[in-house]
Design a protein around this ligand. Structure first.
Ligand code: ATP
Length: 486
């Protein structure tokens, strides 16, 4: 068995229509990607699995395993462009930047924290970090938010930003959700949507893109309980990835050291995956789970906060006024049981849909060999995706395009399509049709052959084992439902 390399995974994604370079016919644009016919189905399945497992499938009356109590989950879909004051109060306007340096030799720009891993193309060397011997400019700050203008005027009063995270849309709607639903603390608001970051060096395929999708939860709870909820969400989110097929020995939960944590965080853990594009022993972030205290709701009440001793205080300008004012609205919570009012604490599990998809693709990519008609092993590529994530669940083939087989196969296809995304294919040799579905990650293939016309049975082929069995076509819906369990 040969190695799984990024080159092979990228080639498969292109060949089968999972992921294309954006604007490819014009030479592409760095940091932007398009999801093709199979890719869009798979990404939708990831988002649907997340939404179901976190939101609609949540039982509001029973505590899930490991949870301190039962809780409610509701959804939201906030706008991408928001009032610019949102980003000033949240701190993004001032602080959401990376430091970059320019290499005067190769004229390229690099993130300061990545320069040690980069090679100067004009001064190649076998040793990582050689770039720093080059003639580099002093580090400069670069805000990652994409700026745009709202309306016809292109002056500072019309400036707005594409959101760099979906989270702020949740915080600014906290009161709306509280007053329009019957939720009580503890509860979470979930959102899936596009985010934009003008990354200095987008790289590693879709891992670091400039436009990507996030799946975020802001979980509101009482300050007394927040540490327990933080631990619950950290573990719950880790096991979500393993439940969908990521091998636990390639995943790791890494607690941030106090120095590494963002200034507002009382605890952060990253869920990381050993992507094949990383060196042995290195991991890339899939999701961050943060205990954010009351930082966010307080910022949107009072204004941009800065460190003040052990706590935070509103940052003031030279006139003693908040440098960036908050909304002035009361975003606190009145606990009817204890008759106490407080600003809820927030636990934030923040995942990237594109990074999750890349990890699931990397994990699923497998090369093995299966015997041909004469028993000679033939190499194949197969995507061993979890059935919930597979873009197509079943493919239906007539063995040949005559003797009424296409009609019987089309009938089966139509019946199964009522429940799942099913693919029909009557072109080419049966072996090639199987291989195509193996590469697409389709868990089951059904073939209508001569025997079907005699006794109503078909062959059902399993993607991973390639074992074929004969089953009655009238039983297909039940058998497939049991095996897919989706
Ligand atoms: P990194 O350190 O890799 O830049 P981050 O810590 O800035 O990531 P967060 O702000 O915590 O990321 O965002 C939450 C999640 O959003 C990340 O765990 C990741 O899955 C996703 N994400 C963030 N930036 C990108 C990006 N440029 N491309 C794709 N996904 C991203």
């Amino acid at each position: 068995m040969s190695d799984k390399t990024m080159e092979k995974i990228v080639a498969l994604c292109k060949r089968r229509g999972f992921i294309f370079q954006s604007s490819e016919i014009y030479g592409g644009i760095g940091g932007f990607w398009d999801y093709g016919p199979l890719g869009v189905e798979m990404k939708r399945n990831i988002k649907d699995a997340w939404w179901y497992d976190m939101v609609t499938g949540n039982d509001d009356t029973l505590p899930p395993a490991g949870a301190p109590s039962s809780y409610s989950m509701v959804g939201l879909d906030a706008s991408i462009i928001m009032h610019p004051q949102v980003w000033k109060a949240s701190g993004h306007y001032d602080l959401f930047h990376d430091l970059f340096v320019d290499c005067k030799t190769c004229k390229q720009r690099f993130r300061l924290d990545q320069i040690a891993d980069s090679q100067c193309p004009r001064k190649p060397s076998k040793h990582p970090g050689e770039h720093s011997e080059c003639d580099l400019t002093e580090p400069r700050e670069f805000n990652l938010m994409f700026k745009t203008y709202v309306g016809a005027l292109h002056d500072p009063s019309a400036e707005a930003y594409l959101r760099p995270e979906t989270a702020q849309g949740i915080f600014v709607n906290f009161k709306n959700v509280m007053s329009t639903t019957r939720v009580k603390l503890p509860f979470g608001i979930a959102q899936i949507g596009k985010s934009f970051r003008n990354e200095i060096t987008p790289r590693n395929y879709t891992f670091r893109s400039r436009e990507f999708e996030q799946m975020e939860i802001e979980f509101f709870c009482s300050p007394k309980e927040s540490q327990r909820w933080y631990e619950y969400w950290r573990d719950r989110r880790f096991s979500w990835y393993t439940s969908l097929g990521l091998a636990s020995d390639k995943l790791r939960l890494r607690d941030h050291s106090p120095e590494e944590r963002a200034h507002y965080s009382c605890g952060t853990a990253d869920i990381e995956y050993a992507f094949p594009f990383l060196a042995q022993g290195e991991y890339g972030e899939l999701e961050g789970v943060s205990h954010r205290g009351d930082f966010d709701l307080r910022s949107h009440m009072e204004g941009k906060l800065v460190r003040d001793g052990d706590g935070f205080a509103v940052e003031l300008d030279e006139h003693g006024q908040p440098r960036y004012a908050g909304s002035g609205k009361d975003l606190s919570y009145f606990d009817e049981e204890t008759k106490k009012k407080y600003i809820p604490h927030v636990i934030e599990p923040s995942a990237g849909a594109d990074r999750a998809m890349l990890a699931f693709l990397c994990e699923a990519y497998t090369e093995d060999a299966i015997p041909d008609d004469k028993g000679v092993p033939q190499p194949r590529v197969v995507l061993k995706l979890h059935p919930r994530l597979a873009p197509v669940k079943v493919a239906v083939f007539p063995l040949i395009k005559k003797d009424g087989m296409p009609d019987v196969a089309a009938e089966i296809y139509r019946e199964l399509k009522k429940k799942w995304n099913v693919y029909y294919d009557q072109k080419g040799s049966i072996g090639r049709r199987y291989r195509r579905q193996d590469e697409s990650g389709t868990p089951y293939c059904i073939t209508v052959d001569h025997q079907t016309l005699e006794d109503g049975t078909v062959t059902l082929r399993d993607r991973d084992t390639t074992v074929q069995e004969r089953v009655k076509s009238i039983d297909l819906t039940t058998i497939i439902a049991e095996r897919l369990a989706v």
